[in-house]
Design a protein around this ligand. Sequence first.
Ligand code: FE
Ligand code: CA
Length: 489
Amino acid sequence: MARLATRFAAYPFALGVASGEPRPAGVVLWTRLAPDPLHGGGAGEEPIAVAWEVADDEAFAQVAARGSAVARPSAAHSVHVEVTGLQPGRRYFYRFMAGGEVSPVGRTATSPAAGAPTEHLRFGLGSCQHFEQGFYAAHRHLAGEDLDLVVFVGDYIYEGPAHAGGVRRHAGGEARTLAQYRNRHAQYKTDSDLQALHAAVPWLVTWDDHEVDNNYARLRSETLDPDFARRRAAAYRAYYEHMPLRRRARPGADGVILRSRHDVGALARFHLLDGRQRRTPQACPLPGRGGGRMIDVRCRELTEPGRTMLGPAQERWLAEGLREAPGRWHFLAEATLVARAAIRSGGRTRVSSDAWDGYPAARRRLLGVIADAGLTSCVFVSGDAHATVVSDLKLDFDDHAGAPVATEFCGTSLTSRGPSHRRTDTVVRQDPHIHFGDSTHRGYVVVDVTADRCSAAVRVLADPRDRDSGVSTVATFEVQAGRPGARRV
Ligand code: FE
Ligand code: CA
């Protein structure tokens, strides 16, 4: 039995509220009771009843749905409510109540009815929010962009220990245990700008490496840690506990089903992809090491046809989801850069073994599915590079005259430091399918979608170390429906 009459030593909704995975009839609502966020949460050892309400209005005069959930200590007193019975394409307000306390009010929205004509969709693309390397000014600006969705493609937390020289410091050492990952997620979620962005708009999320450990692949860590399966399981559990995800994403014996599909009426379909859990380990690591690095393309392992980024089951699921919905925009949301980004010097060609360049056969398979199905409005939205990279995607990147089959908008990091601009300029110069590269700025991308076109505004911060930083647009690109490839406007 859940306790009803709990009194908390401090405000229990210190991590805010969130919503995600909107459907025509409902949405996932999230919160976590954590009166002492940085030290295990502090909600005690008992289950606690949490009431929730969804209303048409901010004053909660017209309640559309209400219920009660149980926050269990085994799930760090997190709550994931899958609300149903709402109206499609509508905005709602929501809140939680426990122990006489009321949470902040969140805003969310259901998606349009299945197949309904939908004029416009506007989403923000973000990734890589290192807590120490910047304040969340980008999040504050995103919250004011009047978005339907935030699409977050990885590095929600960074697992590393505290470093000097940033704008603030990680609490505790490198996260390895469940308790440490919980505290790390909680520390990030104490940020008021991050909380406000969650409370403003529903999110679609996937992860990259740092939610667990730098450059891991499947069950192989950079250091070939023999206990990595246990560490990964702890990190996955904490991730689920802190994200507005459906119950199907709850970790089980076989890992996590993170992949998901989201329709926006007849206008668009999102495919949220998991590129870490099932991937073949990176090719040609240094002896005695795992992880990724810049490798020579002559690495023999690199071209093995069986190498996979998504795993066979996810590849099949994605192909089905693409083929069954022609005639609309498809947004393939995943963590790492899809476009070939080779660096040629001294007679050698090198690529990153951690991005899709490390999985050329899998990339060719996926782009081949798009080409063979005759889909002409596919856009990849990615991150990880800590640079904005806008590219045309081709079946053969060496065929400069070849027509693109898809487009990629890789968003820069929200805060995490980027690579040198010299290196980014070299990539743009040497890879003609890349239209634009910028690693100097932190920020995000705002994508506006109509039946005819998809336009992406690259929005960058003046200074990520300034909590009050302004934001400006450095470039805008457009893709026309039925014509793969980006054009600067
Ligand atoms: Fe990152
Ligand atoms: Ca990453």
